[in-house]
Ligand binder design. Structure first.
Ligand code: PLP
Length: 373
């Protein structure tokens, strides 16, 4: 007799589904029906613009640190991430106790939601906010409250405020937002925070902050709220998506509670060393951010010319809108380009295209002009 494992699992499992990531290059090529040797041949010329990674690679200093630390891989990592916390504390002008480091900021988000929200509690987020908020909320057994955006792309802070009630434990806001690329000004966020009870935990998820650093005030200094948590990551501008390092900045007593849920060695030693080195390679990082922003302008201009620009983006991706988007994704894959369909976010006609290097973007635009109906 076969066992229905879903019935054996906790009740919220029925509402959960696995996160759908950007397609890895080898998976896309296998799906095209290619055999192993063809996959290997085609992989180098395939362009992946589906996960908002840094297309310029790993910073030279981080790469050196990775190579040097690999030899220590038989040892457990420092479970407290002492050196990385010291460096981040210095960078942000805060105490190390105000930091929590995670296996990507994804883990940080999950830990926070799991710590503060359970059965009977509510978590408020934007309908087209980062999908992990909804998944983590459901996994925690809590109820997600998805608030529609004012213009289809931007968080509607007034409506989010209206969704807060006595059951609300956590509010999640991505700024800039993924997948829409919209930006909220710090002043608007502070007005929102001033209207919330101070015990409500508010996550401002700043995975893409490096791309707007010159355009908004630093929220770590500017925003005030007792339950404020700012999360950041080394996965985007810092170019370390594969190593999984992210962090939260918040009140130290609040983080001490979240820390109870953290597994002992959640950030591996190579990742810690690479993140530390990348922090010291800020010139490289900011130079790549500048190149990405210049390429974003170029891609958005091309979309505009085609009448396909959904909205201007503040992050390292651009939004392409076309009624035949589903077809276009398949045809682009045949041409060796992977982009991200936004159907899971309720936008079946929109594609999210991560900004690549100039060469990658040229290849994408050439493929696009070939496949556009
Ligand atoms: C808004 C936002 N937050 C968090 C994450 C998670 O990133 P990571 O776990 O790699 O730090 C992402 C990744 O795409 C994101 O777009």
């Amino acid at each position: 007799m076969s066992i229905d494992w879903l019935k054996q699992a906790v009740s919220q499992s029925e509402k959960l589904y696995p996160y759908i990531p950007g397609k890895p290059i080898s998976q896309m090529l296998r799906e095209l029906g290619l055999d192993d040797s063809e996959v290997e041949k085609r992989a180098a010329s395939t362009v992946k613009l589906a996960s908002n990674e840094n297309p310029y690679g790993v910073s030279p200093k981080a790469l050196k640190a990775i190579q040097q630390t690999a030899i220590e891989a038989h040892r457990y990592p420092d479970g407290d991430c002492f050196e990385l916390k010291q460096a981040l504390a210095k960078k942000h002008g805060i105490h190390a106790e105000q930091l929590l480091i995670g296996n990507g900021s994804n883990e940080v988000l999950e830990l926070i939601i799991r710590t503060f929200a359970g059965v009977g509690d509510e978590v408020v987020y934007s309908q087209r906010g980062f999908i992990v908020y909804a998944l983590a909320t459901t996994a925690a057994g809590a109820t997600g409250v998805a608030v529609p955006e004012s213009d289809g792309f931007t968080h509607d802070l007034n409506a989010m405020l209206g969704a807060v009630n006595e059951s609300t434990k956590v509010v999640c806001i991505a700024n800039p937002n993924n997948p829409t690329g919209a930006l909220l000004q710090t002043s608007a966020l502070q007005i929102f925070l001033d209207k919330l009870p101070s015990h409500i935990v508010v996550i401002i998820d700043e995975a893409y902050v490096e791309y707007v650093q010159s355009e908004i005030e630093d929220s770590i200094f500017a925003l005030k709220h007792a339950g404020l948590i700012i999360s950041r990551t080394f996965s985007k501008a810092f170019g370390l998506a594969g190593l999984r390092v992210g962090y939260a900045v918040a009140n130290q007593d609040l983080l001490a509670v979240v820390n109870r849920f953290r597994e002992p060695f959640n950030v591996n030693s190579i990742a810690q060393a690479a993140a530390l080195a990348a922090l010291h390679d800020e010139d490289w990082v900011m130079d790549k951010v500048a190149q990405c922003k210049a390429e974003r302008v170029r891609l958005e201009a091309a979309f505009s010319d085609l009448n396909c620009l959904a909205i201007s983006s503040f992050a390292n991706f651009v939004l392409f809108q076309h009624e035949n988007s589903t077809e276009i994704v398949k045809k682009l894959e045949q041409e060796g380009v992977i982009v991200r369909p936004l159907a899971p976010y309720g936008m079946p006609d929109v594609l999210r295209v991560s900004v690549g290097t100039r060469t990658e973007n040229d290849a994408f635009l050439a493929a696009l002009s070939k496949v556009l109906p």
